[in-house]
Unconditional design. Structure first.
Length: 373
């Protein structure tokens, strides 16, 4: 039987998913760790960037309440920025972390917090892990070095490509690959009347995939005016909104992640458009939306990305290489009910067999056992 651990997790935001895809996976992972009988306490800033932006959304309050109702078992402890510095800060965290065996710091936190935890680690004796679910180690390594990751007891990397970067570029040997996964307590097939043909849930992404959105989604929408296309997400600048309007795409704005399953269920198919980092230097990392879409039982068309770790099987989703192939794939799936059903079922089977948050919680348990020794 696996050992049960006292775990503290420091996140930028669990309550808010506004431009914060990390929250999707972390919610499910923390729930699954609790189901594995670990004692998990979560810490996050009360005034973090993500939650402050969420509070400005018209449905922000509803989203926060929805999270609290869906995840009542998660112990979320909030703090303010002054709690990290100044007289008494160390003593407050010393009391909070006494008795913890594993402390995990997510990379979307200030380096000052990392330094404080490193000092307390040496005093209190817990093991300190760095959890990275982003591409800064590749795109902005100087920012990651500010955390002193070489002093941590290990790094959790959300893909083999990132693990390799930490081992070779940062010379850190204790690095484990811990992919994201779907929280199948939330993302699952549900019956719903179809309200649209194609849906894409994702943020504009600045210059990291704006060209790809136009190529793989907006161009097909312009060509296939007989079908209804919808996009949900945040941080769409004026030029992006004008492009959506010109292509005849309905823009729905911020969509709480917990509204993802019924949104997928009301759609006939969805798309995956990876950021450029996950096609190049960080190839092989699908990010959370692929897992969630397949877990919801919706057929998926994906722009190119190399599945170097063979996370999925051939036929779990449909690859397209350019705008022309994207148009053809959309027409094919929307016109072939049997193909749609077979692909959706196959993708769902793969997620349930390999890529649930419970799979990752069991893997993290094994990592904790190795770290504790």
């Amino acid at each position: 039987m696996s050992r049960k651990f006292q775990i503290a997790y420091f996140a930028h935001a669990i309550r808010s998913d506004w431009n914060n895809g990390n929250a999707h996976f972390l919610r499910g992972l923390l729930r699954s760790l609790g189901q594995c009988r670990h004692n998990v306490t979560v810490y996050e800033p009360d005034d973090g960037w993500s939650i402050e932006n969420l509070r400005q959304e018209k449905n922000g309050r509803q989203s926060l309440q929805q999270f609290a109702t869906t995840y009542p078992e998660l112990q979320i402890n909030t703090y303010c920025a002054p709690d990290l510095i100044g007289e008494g800060a160390a003593q407050r965290w010393r009391s909070a972390l006494r008795g913890k065996e594993i402390v995990i710091l997510h990379e979307w936190n200030p380096p000052e917090l990392a330094h404080l935890l490193l000092e307390l680690r040496d005093e209190l004796g817990f093991r300190l892990l760095f959890h990275d679910t982003h591409h800064r180690a590749s795109s902005s390594p100087e920012q990651i070095r500010l955390f002193g990751t070489d002093k941590f007891d290990g790094v959790l990397a959300f893909g083999e490509a990132l693990r390799t970067i930490y081992r070779h570029r940062f010379n850190i040997q204790r690095v484990w690959t811990l992919h994201e996964a779907a929280d199948t307590t939330v993302f699952r097939p549900i019956a719903h009347e179809k309200q649209r043909d194609v849906v894409w849930i994702g943020n504009w992404g600045d210059d990291e995939r704006s060209v790809e959105i136009c190529q793989f989604l907006l161009h097909p929408a312009s060509e296939l005016r007989q079908y209804r296309f919808s996009i949900y997400g945040v941080r769409y600048p004026g030029e992006a909104l004008r492009a959506l309007n010109s292509a005849g795409v309905e823009y729905g704005g911020y969509l709480p992640n917990l509204d993802g399953p019924p949104t997928y269920a009301a759609s006939r198919l969805t798309m995956h458009i990876p950021r450029q980092q996950y096609v190049g230097a960080m190839s092989g990392i699908p990010t959370i939306r692929v897992f969630e879409a397949l877990a919801s039982g919706i057929p998926l068309i994906s722009a190119p990305w190399p599945d170097t770790e063979q996370l999925f099987r051939e036929g779990d989703f449909l690859y397209v290489r350019n705008a022309k192939e994207s148009v053809a794939a959309i027409e094919h799936l929307l016109g072939d009910h049997e193909a749609v059903s077979q692909q959706a079922q196959r993708g769902l089977q793969t997620v349930l067999a390999r890529h649930t948050c419970m799979h990752r919680a069991q893997q993290l348990t094994e990592i904790c056992e190795e770290v504790i020794g």
